[in-house]
Design a protein around this ligand. Structure first.
Ligand code: ADP
Ligand code: MG
Length: 609
């Protein structure tokens, strides 16, 4: 075959292969155009999961009649004019590809009217054949109609799924859009019936949008995140670890308002949850990252699902640190939920000074003194002797909470601390306590284990990663690219306690390993570290391995079931929980406490009806 120039329609159909995968991608492109045009209300009418009809009407700025043919021609856009514009683009679209692609694989019409136009205009395109602009009644804004998607591309049509499936793809995408744009009203109808409405602007708070989209359950377990620094801002909500998911179905990430999938950010979030998430479970989050558009390349993917950061390590670090700090605040006694709550960063109860309740204000039987706290301190001496050496020099014997720790404020009414005062122990497993709102139930082993673990971590910070020389250097066979990483990242490895030199194209010589982990399998650990460094430019393997060890130690040191505790011991545990980071869940991510409000208990007995 001779070389020839392809006809425009075919070029558009090829482009459609990338941009228009299914009805949901059409909805995405068209609604994004509406938002770029400044719309505050968008109506989405669908028939048969969007396969038969997608009609999107907006109240945005509209298009000039003479520009309608341009809007449906390839590489024509009003959003950028130069390479500089591309580098700082703030609109969702910029490729000038969506309308011509969609119009080449459907029966398409574009109608529009600007505020000052006398009447509206419309343009039909049928499988890529562009008609004439004709006048048409139209309110201010734009309507795009897409009928019989892929009618002329049977191969694509075959890949469409059942109506229900296509509809759920559209709904999922609209949900992620609704989260990002609480100012815009979205109305959806399917087969002539109103099916969804997201309220717009004036009517709604961003947190209410969270209820609308992800439901009450997520909203009541959400922690608000808000943090800025180094020209980056991260805000949104993350779910408390207790609200974990079996799949990654509630993970929303936006970069400058654009919904994206980003492995780098997802990895940073996963690392932040590592210490508090039950094994194999997935966290839920809605996170918005904002930064100067010049620091992120959005022109990576035709459907713009991905972005590329100029400083991906820094972004990883920023996200990890912000969330890790937010999760450190998941202490027992801190309620989740978004209503009227201050952002996690401000640490709700760190603001007021903590005062132990004055003994005289407490019922006689609940009185206790500080000196009675000690019997329940983590009993290092109980830990199996194999661990004993690891404690050398670590000041873990003290049962006192670290003095730098922010102290929780008393409950406003009556000076009762958040977890209240113990009233009994149940079956040797649970502590029952009374606070201002009702009943608190604590799993004493789980809680004590976390407290011990956090203390060990504090005690080992800094010393855990010192290097321990090996008597005989170890030779490790690795892939060539891993050996390259080892050479390039020599200082990072030294900081982690590894002394590694390259001894051949595919071998490393290891002279020292992290002291605390010398008894584990340092070779396997080093391989994982190198894989992390290669893929993400950083690693938390060593501290994660250290944490795992400390967690096991804490578990052995924690109170066992069936040990009788005195009331002062129980109260001491409750007070420790209130000041220990992450004490809302045990080392394995299970919750340590539950709360039953008086109103809820009243309901059990049908009181007050
Ligand atoms: N709903 C709309 N309201 C106003 N203008 C629109 C709308 N949809 C499309 N346009 C115009 O048509 C142009 C082409 O749209 P599109 O093919 O999606 O490319 P892009 O969004 O990348 O610019 C846009 O740049 C815009 O000027
Ligand atoms: Mg567009």
């Amino acid at each position: 075959m001779p070389i020839r120039q392809l006809p425009d329609t075919l070029i558009n159909q090829i482009a459609a292969g990338e941009v228009v995968e299914r009805p949901a991608s059409v909805v995405k492109e068209l609604v994004e155009n509406a938002l770029d045009a400044g719309a505050l209300r968008v109506d989405i009418d669908l028939e048969e999961g969007g396969i038969r009809l997608i009609r999107i009407r907006d109240d945005g700025g509209g298009i000039a009649p003479e520009e309608l043919p341009l809007a449906v021609s390839r590489h024509a856009t009003s959003k950028i004019a130069s390479l500089d514009d591309l580098e700082t683009v703030a609109t969702l679209g910029f490729r000038g590809e969506a309308l011509p692609s969609i119009a080449s694989v459907s029966r398409f019409s574009l109608s529009s009217r600007r505020a000052h136009d006398e009447h509206g205009s419309t343009l039909q395109v049928d499988g890529g054949r562009v008609g004439e602009v004709t006048p048409r009644q139209h309110a201010q804004g734009t309507t795009v109609e897409v009928r019989e998607l892929f009618y002329n591309v049977p191969a694509r049509r075959k890949f469409l799924r059942a109506e229900r499936t296509e509809l759920s793809h559209i709904e999922e995408w609209l949900r992620s859009l609704a989260l990002a744009r609480p100012d815009v009203e979205l109305r959806v109808s399917h087969n002539g019936r109103a099916s969804r409405r997201y309220k717009g602007g004036g009517e709604i708070e961003p947190t209410l949008r969270l209820h609308e989209t992800l439901g009450e359950e997520f909203a009541s377990h959400a922690l608000r995140v808000e943090h800025s620094g180094a020209g980056l801002r991260l805000h949104g909500w993350i779910a408390q670890p207790a609200y974990s998911r079996a799949s990654a179905d509630q993970q929303y990430v936006y970069v400058n308002g654009r919904s994206v999938r980003d492995r780098n950010i997802a990895h940073a979030v996963k690392m932040a949850y590592q210490d508090v998430m039950y094994h194999g479970r997935q966290p839920a989050y809605v996170l918005f990252l904002e930064l100067d558009p010049a620091r992120v390349d959005v022109n990576v993917h035709p459907a713009k699902h991905e972005v590329r950061f100029r400083e991906s390590r820094m972004i990883h670090d920023f996200v990890y640190r912000t969330l890790q700090e937010a999760l450190a605040g998941t202490r027992a006694g801190v309620a989740g939920g978004v209503e009227g709550e201050a952002p996690v960063q401000s640490m709700p109860f760190a603001q007021a000074a903590y005062g132990m309740p004055a003994p005289s204000t407490m019922p006689q039987h609940l009185q206790w003194t500080g000196s009675q706290q000690s019997p329940l301190g983590l009993r290092v001496a109980d830990a199996p002797s194999a661990y004993a050496a690891l404690y050398a020099g670590a000041p873990t014997r003290s049962a006192e909470p670290a003095p730098a720790m922010p102290m929780p404020a008393n409950d406003a009414e009556g000076g009762i601390p958040p977890l209240g005062y113990a009233v009994a122990q149940l079956h040797g497993i649970y502590i029952l306590a009374e606070n201002a709102q009702g009943l608190i139930v604590v799993d004493m082993h789980a809680a004590h284990e976390r407290i011990g673990y956090e203390r060990l971590k504090t005690a080992h910070d800094g010393i855990g990663l010192t290097a321990q020389p090996l008597l005989v250097p170890m030779t490790l066979a690795v892939a060539e690219r891993e050996a390259d990483v080892a050479e390039r990242e020599a200082t990072t490895l030294t900081d982690l306690g590894f002394d590694v030199t390259r001894s051949g194209p595919q071998s490393l010589s290891v002279r020292s390993v992290p002291a605390l982990l010398a008894h584990a399998e340092p070779g396997a650990l080093l391989r994982d570290v190198l894989a992390d460094l290669r893929e993400h430019g950083q690693t938390r393997r060593v501290s994660a391995a250290r944490d795992e060890l400390l967690s096991t130690m804490a578990c052995h040191g924690a109170v066992r079931a069936n040990r009788r505790l005195t009331l002062p011991e129980m109260n001491a545990l409750l007070r420790d929980m209130e000041i220990t980071e992450r004490s809302g869940q045990c080392n394995h991510g299970r919750p340590t406490w539950a709360h039953f409000g008086l109103a809820e208990i009243d309901k059990w007995f049908l009181r007050g009806r």
